[in-house]
Design a protein around this ligand. Structure first.
Ligand SMILES: Nc1ncnc2c1ncn2[C@@H]1O[C@H](COP(=O)(O)O)[C@@H](O)[C@H]1OP(=O)(O)O
Ligand SMILES: [Mg+2]
Ligand SMILES: [Mg+2]
Ligand SMILES: [Mg+2]
Length: 356
């Protein structure tokens, strides 16, 4: 008998790999007018749209009844002023869908050479990501480029896909085209794929599918925290409070400065033993975290032996819709130290309140 979710895992890996090849090639060719600013002032590129079109196409072929909660929508692409951007997205998506990664691979999605998808079909496929989410049933959640700002600066970004069943993450696949394969060789080969299935562990492969490694977060004894732990945090101060993290770091007496990195690559690094803790605390602007920004990363961390919760110690709730509800931040770490980090977070929170 095959393992639970083995089909979903194969399809998700194929979809994420294909999107990573696309985003990688887009980065090298990206020109100025290929980026838009969304209503929330965040950037979105032809790469984000095309990657969502590719992954949604593959998911829709493989699992036609599964709804998708995806970050992007085609509305900004449909305006007359976006016509050249729109053509570029269609061209990139068709190119990526027809690219044979292995013999017969593209025909597995019913999209052989020459069988291009029309503009209308691909825009509609992007909008298959508009599902509202919720408590029950099967659904996918997709961030075609997580960390678009990192992507634009040539830093870390991730292609992130997760399968939720009754609001529990069952499968997570994250592609990190710019992440070094071996953390001890930061200038060495880049491009990693991270995969977790509930109850089946977490692993890292290269983007081309070689060199599998089982992931496990090393235990740190409480008395070693100050010397052995460092934080993984956002580059963008608007996404996560650097000042709050710095106070938590002081409370724990951490000797090492935080590592700043864009995207869910932070969860991937944590899962393979880097840093030791990921802290993301609200900046006070009322932002609600999105399920696609945490679903695959959270499973990767727990399957690698870590723990994740909000700053109150409550589990993240993926069943509330497209976002995680009121923002109490995210605290992820190895199981042995997550309670210590949470206690320091609570202390820093109380100090902040008493000052207010
Ligand atoms: N004010 C905010 N607070 C927290 N996260 C945010 C905020 N604004 C955007 N984001 C999201 O944070 C994620 C990147 O996180 P990180 O800083 O860890 O790289 C992105 O998905 C980004 O959304 P978007 O995709 O719209 O840019
Ligand atoms: Mg975005
Ligand atoms: Mg994101
Ligand atoms: Mg994104």
């Amino acid at each position: 008998m095959s393992a639970l979710y083995s089909n979903e895992k194969q399809v998700a890996i194929a979809a994420v790999r294909r999107a990573c090849i696309l985003t990688n090639s887009v980065f090298n060719k990206l020109v100025k007018n290929e980026t838009l600013t969304k209503d929330d002032k965040s950037p979105v590129t032809v790469g984000d749209y095309a990657a969502q079109a590719v992954i949604n196409t593959i998911l829709s072929k493989a699992f036609p009844d599964d709804p998708i909660v995806g970050e992007e929508s085609s509305s900004d692409l449909r305006t007359p002023s976006s016509s050249s951007l729109r053509s570029r997205v269609i061209e990139l998506a068709n190119e990526a869908l027809q690219h044979d990664l292995a013999p017969g691979d593209s025909s597995a999605w019913g999209i052989g050479p020459g069988a291009t998808q029309s503009e209308g079909q691909l825009l509609e496929t992007i909008d298959r990501g508009s599902f509202a989410g919720g408590k029950s049933g099967r659904m996918w959640t997709l961030d075609p480029i997580d960390g678009t700002k990192g992507f634009l600066r040539g830093g870390q970004y991730a292609v992130c896909l997760a399968l939720l069943v009754d609001s529990r993450v069952e499968l997570g696949v994250i592609g990190c085209p710019n992440l070094p394969v071996d953390p001890s060789k930061p200038d060495g080969a880049r491009g990693c794929l991270f995969i977790a299935v509930r109850g089946q562990g977490a692993e890292q492969l290269t983007l081309s599918g070689s060199d599998p490694k089982t992931l496990s977060i090393p235990a740190i004894a409480s008395e070693d925290i100050s010397n052995s732990l460092s934080f993984l945090e956002s580059v963008e101060a608007a996404h996560s409070s650097h000042g709050f993290n710095s106070r938590v770091s002081d409370i724990l007496g951490l000797a090492t400065s935080p590592v700043r990195m864009d995207s869910q690559a932070k969860y991937c690094c944590l899962a393979r033993g880097e840093g030791g803790a990921y802290l993301r605390m609200p900046t006070g602007a009322g932002y609600r975290e999105k399920i696609w920004d945490h679903a695959p990363g959270s499973l990767l961390v727990t399957e690698a032996g870590g723990a994740i919760s909000d700053s109150r110690g409550q589990p993240l709730d993926f069943g509330l819709g497209r976002d995680l509800g009121e923002n109490f931040g995210v605290v992820a770490a190895g199981k042995s130290v997550q309670a210590d980090v949470l206690a320091a977070v609570k202390k820093a929170g109380e100090e902040e309140k008493s000052k207010a």
